[in-house]
Write a protein that binds this ligand. Structure first.
Ligand code: DC
Length: 231
C-alpha cells in the first residue's frame, strides 16, 4: 500500500502525541514528536546558561545551533522513540516543568524553527511518517495527505498534564500547570513565525470528552478511510 504523510497539530497537552504514537505503531509508520525537538533545544539552552537575567542570549544560541544534534531511538521497553540530545537520552529531562515553562520563547525564534523544520522535512522525505506538533500541516508538510487538528479545553489539558506528572512521581501544582498551558497557547498562537493554527484542509478533533481509546479509534478510521479510498 502506498505510504502517506500524517500531520497532527494542536494545542499543548491535548493527547496528540499519545494518539500519533499509537497510530504509527499500529500502521508501521515512523513517529516523530516535533515538540520534543524544541524541548531538546530548550534543555540545551538551560544547561549551557543561554537563559540569562536579560532573557535568551539569541546570538549565542544561533552560533551554537550547529552543535545541537537531536535524534530519536526506539526504546525497546516502551516501544516508543526516546529523544537524544548530542547522543544523550534526554527523554525524561525534556518533560519537566522547567523545560515546559521555557520552551515557548525558544520555539518562537525564527532561526530555531528554520533549523528544526529542515530536519523534520528531511525525516519525512520517504513518507510513511506520523509527525505531531504545531505547524506540521501548515509549514512542515503542507502537502500531507492526512491532517488532523486536535483541541480540548485548557482545564482538561491541565488536569491531564497534572495526572501525568503525578504518575511519574513529580511535584505538580494544578493551578501552575493551567497558567502554563494558557500561556503556551497564547505564545504558540501569536508568534510571528508559523503560529499555531488549523490548516484549512485539516480535520478538527475536539477530544475534551473522548477517552484515549475513542480518539485512537477515530484516528485509525480516518487513516483507513483515506488509504482505502485511494486504492
Ligand atoms: O508538544 P509539546 O508541548 O511537547 O511542544 C513543546 C513546545 O514546542 C510548545 O511550546 C510548542 C512548541 N512546538 C512548536 O512550536 N512547533 C512544533 N512543531 C512543535 C512544538
Amino acid at each position: 500500500m502506498k505510504k502517506i504523510t500524517i500531520a497532527i497539530d494542536g494545542f499543548s497537552s491535548c493527547g496528540k502525541s499519545t494518539m500519533a504514537k499509537d497510530l504509527a505503531k499500529e500502521i508501521g509508520y515512523i513517529y516523530i514528536d516535533s515538540g520534543a525537538m524544541y524541548r531538546a533545544v530548550t534543555l540545551y539552552s538551560l544547561q549551557q546558561g543561554i537563559f540569562g537575567a536579560d532573557g535568551i542570549d539569541e546570538v549565542r544560541l544561533q552560533q551554537e545551533m550547529e552543535q545541537i544534534h537531536i535524534s530519536f531511538q526506539l526504546n525497546a521497553t516502551t516501544g516508543r522513540p526516546d529523544t537524544y540530545l548530542n547522543g544523550v537520552n534526554v527523554e525524561q529531562q525534556i518533560r519537566t516543568m522547567e523545560v515546559s515553562s521555557h520552551v515557548s520563547p525558544i520555539a518562537a525564534l525564527p532561526f530555531v524553527r528554520e533549523a528544526m523544520v529542515k530536519q523534520q522535512q528531511e525525516m519525512g522525505k520517504a513518507k510513511g511518517i506520523v509527525m505531531d506538533g504545531r505547524d506540521i500541516g501548515t509549514t512542515v508538510f503542507p502537502d500531507a495527505e492526512l491532517k488532523i487538528f486536535v483541541t480540548a479545553s485548557p482545564e482538561i489539558r491541565a488536569q491531564r498534564r497534572y495526572d501525568e506528572l503525578k504518575a511519574k512521581g513529580e511535584q505538580a501544582n494544578l493551578q501552575e500547570i493551567l497558567e502554563n498551558v494558557k500561556q503556551r497557547d497564547y505564545i504558540d498562537q501569536h508568534r510571528e513565525t508559523s503560529p499555531l493554527r488549523k490548516a484549512d484542509d485539516a480535520l478538527l478533533l475536539d477530544n475534551s470528552q473522548l477517552t484515549i481509546a475513542e480518539q485512537k479509534e477515530w484516528l485509525y478510521q480516518q487513516f483507513n478511510r483515506l488509504t482505502q479510498s485511494d486504492c
